[in-house]
Design a protein around this ligand. Structure first.
Ligand SMILES: Nc1ncnc2c1ncn2[C@@H]1O[C@H](COP(=O)(O)OP(=O)(O)OP(=O)(O)O)[C@@H](O)[C@H]1O
Ligand SMILES: [Mg+2]
Length: 622
């Protein structure tokens, strides 16, 4: 399967729209032709009426002898046939284009959504930290809808109008040059002014849209913090807070709508002017003997039809700008270049033993504020390493870098000698099972959530993993058991339950490298003890990095690294670090409550050292 980022998307709005038109060009061309047919037929109706009137008028002059006269239908046959055919044409062409649209519209939107989603998926972790999930989902929906709307506005509004004006000009030119000139000038002025007014109005419409979305944002924020509002009894305050933004919205709305009212004044006056002008000039031409009664009627009906079609042109321009603006914004947000990309033809990572080597790693979320500045570390195959250190010292960041969720600014990370930036991200992450600090669950069933670790696992395997992670018991207690839904991000589970689901997932994945970031922090000590046994089993034959604040979780590991401001300040086994009486020993002493029950078991510390450590702990506390 080709990587989903293989097909590039254009990052400019018109190129973006053109890209999708090209994919569906036969259907788009079909709609354009059918619409041309429809508007040609519709605007030719006055011409058919002209023919009918002229025939009737001729018959009257010839002294038609009532409705029995055979000449009536022989003479009128052709004009009536034309009239009927044009009406039929309008029906067939318009419904034909409707049918193509029914097939094209949903397919087009689906294609756009899929492409945008595929593009979005490849974005880096950093990208998602800066963009909210809800607004991204909105953007995708809006961009696909607006891309289609831009197309429809062109094909169903602008294009038919061009045809109508063109055919009308041609018909009027056949009657009188002056009439054609009048219409031509009117069209030029009308279209230009409509366009300019719409462009002016666009600014107001944008302000109004911004005010609207600000109000929505405030409501979302307020609802998200509904617990805060309740806890502090601030419902009234929240309503008053919202009121301010509603006021702004009202004033922006009025300004926009007043301007639109102004546009309508222009349109109504222009329409009346065209009508009066056309009839007045037509009378002039007719009086001078240059026009038949039928031609006169045709000119007047053309005027009526054109006014009907041209009315709302400013509105259409306005919509068009808005849709185009949506596409521009959406494309600019989503179709940015990807930050973390595979090198061309990246090979798969091959984990043989599981050695992790970090060479001179330099990284900062902001380059100006480095988290790591030249970190070196080698973890031999199969070693189990504990990472400890103060909050914010860079432990989670290191795991993120091993997973290549972020790109370091310098240095390399090697797994079994292979630079992780040179292998495919998919193979890298397939080789690592990670339990993140705050595990998230899909709003899907518990079964699906656990199975996410290995999609092809059988129900029995899923349950076995859940049993190992001590999740099976509470899952069975849920009303629907494994079929229970867990709520958005897993909110219907407790923190400890979520962690056990995440653990079951990792067990199922069974990858050669295992990273645990506070994987058992939310569990009570009894459950944690159970889980430790399961973890021991899981860790066998794997290279493991474990972050924990509760040091007893790490004491049995092969090696412990103490982090401080992105540097490793202590490195050794639990016993050696205790014996050193440094940072780790101090933290250990504090967690053990000032004395060290484990000393007897390990036998590594002499009473002097223990005393020294508890003194250190006391100074730290005071
Ligand atoms: N997404 C981010 N954007 C910017 N800075 C970040 C981001 N994530 C972490 N940091 C910063 O990077 C530093 C290291 O954070 P990290 O999460 O690695 O700490 P940690 O050792 O895991 O802490 P904890 O024990 O609290 O989980 C901190 O100063 C933190 O504020
Ligand atoms: Mg962390």
């Amino acid at each position: 399967m080709p990587p989903p980022n293989a097909r590039a998307l254009p990052a400019r709005p018109f190129a973006f729209i053109a890209h999708f038109v090209r994919l569906y060009w036969p259907a788009v061309l079909g709609v354009a032709l059918l619409e041309s047919g429809q508007s040609t037929c519709a605007i030719l109706l006055p011409f058919a009426i002209r023919r009918i009137i002229e025939t009737v008028e001729g018959l009257r002059l010839d002294g038609l002898s009532g409705s029995e006269d055979p000449r009536l239908w022989t003479e009128l046959g052709d004009p009536l046939l034309l009239f009927a055919a044009l009406n039929l044409g309008v029906i067939i062409f318009s419904r034909g284009s409707g049918a193509v649209l029914v097939m094209l519209g949903p397919a087009l939107r689906r294609r756009i959504r899929r492409s945008l989603f595929a593009w979005l998926q490849i974005h880096s972790q950093r990208y998602f930290l800066g963009n909210f999930a809800g607004s991204l989902a909105n953007r995708i929906a809006e961009t696909s809808m607006s891309t289609a709307q831009v197309l429809w506005t062109i094909m169903f509004d602008f294009w038919p109008l061009v045809i109508s004006f063109g055919v009308s000009l041609y018909l009027l030119d056949g009657v009188s040059r002056d009439l054609a000139l009048l219409l031509g000038v009117w069209v030029a002025v009308y279209v230009t002014v409509s366009f300019l007014l719409a462009r002016r109005c666009r600014r107001y419409a944008r302000d109004y849209a911004a005010a609207r979305s600000l109000v929505s944002g405030k409501i979302v924020d307020s609802v998200t913090n509904i617990t805060n509002a309740k806890l502090f009894a601030r419902q009234v305050h929240e309503r008053e807070y919202l009121e301010r933004y509603l006021d702004i919205e009202v004033s922006k709305a009025r300004r926009t709508f007043w301007f639109m009212e102004g546009i309508r004044w222009f349109q109504f006056i222009a329409a009346a002017a065209l009508m009066v002008g056309l009839v007045y000039s037509a009378i002039g031409v007719w009086a001078a003997g240059g026009m038949s009664l039928g031609a006169f009627a045709m000119s007047a009906s053309l005027g009526l039809l054109l006014i009907e079609q041209a009315r709302g042109l400013s509105r259409k321009f306005l919509d068009f700008f808005e849709y185009l603006g949506n596409v521009t914004d959406g494309v600019a947000t989503i179709v940015q270049p990807h930050e973390v990309v595979d090198v061309p033809d990246a090979p798969s990572l091959r984990v043989r033993a599981g050695e992790i080597r970090i060479e001179n790693l330099r990284f900062g979320y902001l380059p100006a504020r480095p988290v790591f500045d030249g970190l070196n570390l080698t973890i031999p195959p199969g070693q189990k390493v504990g990472l400890v250190g103060f909050s914010g010292s860079g432990k989670s960041s290191l795991l993120n870098l091993v997973l290549r969720l972020f790109e370091p600014q310098g240095g390399r990370i090697l797994i079994d000698g292979q630079d992780i930036s040179q292998v495919s991200q998919e193979s890298l992450r397939a080789a690592i099972a990670m339990i993140p600090q705050e595990p998230m669950l899909f709003h899907r069933t518990l079964l699906e959530n656990v199975r996410y670790g290995r999609l092809e696992a059988s129900d029995e395997e899923v349950m076995a993993a859940a049993r190992m992670a001590h999740a099976h018991e509470f899952i069975l207690q849920a009303e629907d058991g494994y079929a229970a839904l867990v709520g958005e991000r897993g909110v219907k589970l407790s923190g400890g339950q979520r962690q056990r689901i995440a653990l079951a997932r990792a067990i199922l994945k069974d990858a050669p490298l295992l990273l645990l970031d506070e994987a058992t922090s939310a569990l009570d000590s009894v459950t944690e003890r159970y889980i430790q046994e399961c973890l021991q089993q899981l860790m066998q034959d794997k290279t493991v990095m474990v972050i924990a604040h509760r040091l007893s979780t790490l004491a049995h590991l092969d090696r412990i690294l103490v982090f401080h401001e992105g540097r490793i300040i202590e490195d050794g086994s639990h016993e050696t670090l205790l014996a050193r009486g440094g940072h780790y020993a101090r933290m250990w002493a504090m967690q053990a409550g000032g004395f060290l029950p484990e000393t007897e078991q390990t036998g590594q510390l002499d009473p002097d050292q223990a005393g020294h450590i508890s003194k250190l702990a006391q100074t730290e506390v005071s």
